[in-house]
Design a binder for this molecule. Sequence first.
Ligand code: G1P
Length: 270
Amino acid sequence: MNIRKVIFPVGGLGTRFFPITRVIPKEMLGILEKPLIQYAFEEALGAGIEQFIFVTRHGKTSIEDYCDHVLTHMESFDSSRCSFCYVRQGEPRGLGHAVLCARHLVNREPFAVISADDYISHSSSCIGEMIKHYDGSNMAAVMNVPRKDVNKYGIMEVERENNKTIIARSVDEKPSVEKAKSTHAIVGRYILTHEIFDILENLKPGVENEIQLTDALRQMIPTHGLTGFKFEGKRFDCGSQGGLLEAILHVSSKDEKLSSIIRNFYEDIR
Ligand code: G1P
């Protein structure tokens, strides 16, 4: 199936990176010379997506400037086919609310969502791999996490599982370690059916008093199903200091000069 649109929810506060994120959007933090948002954009562009919708808020205009100055000038960006749209999220009220803010730009077609702070190193494009396997249900990327970490994620309960996919029986947002029904965690890549907007519109705040996308996905399981997609490649939680550091080391280790700098650094501190 052809997926033409992607939503980038970039309206979060980035509290784990205060004070720098008081003036620089979290999505503009760099893995070397490129900001996180560029990796997310390249992933979507590489998957054939044409419309890039940013759900943004005040203090985040450097993302728009970056689109104008850098992303639109990339060689693979075809301005006769591709476009950028920006919609404001007045207050950060959760991922589900951010997605709902873009409703009028999506209309009645399935669409992708990419969280730029989940950087996924992939041989081609994680969202592209998901689009190839898209089955018409709601779909979210999943990976196995240590049980002690389940309370940071949406966690799927398994109905059926095969090589690439999990058919979910249920899904819970940030369950406790004791209550989690598996260790299959959602990471920030989704392909969603447009009917999710009707559900989000009527959803009550959930965990952390936010409108949770996970709660909408759970409600839709009986009608639309929920597929967990086991992607290739490695995910880094760049919303945390440790995750961003690992991502920088991972990307650097692919460059000869930089990997020798890393090696020398470790020899020096030994
Ligand atoms: C969000 C989602 C959660 C998902 C996570 C992946 O949580 O609500 O279901 O597992 O992203 O990164 P957040 O990290 O924004 O609190």
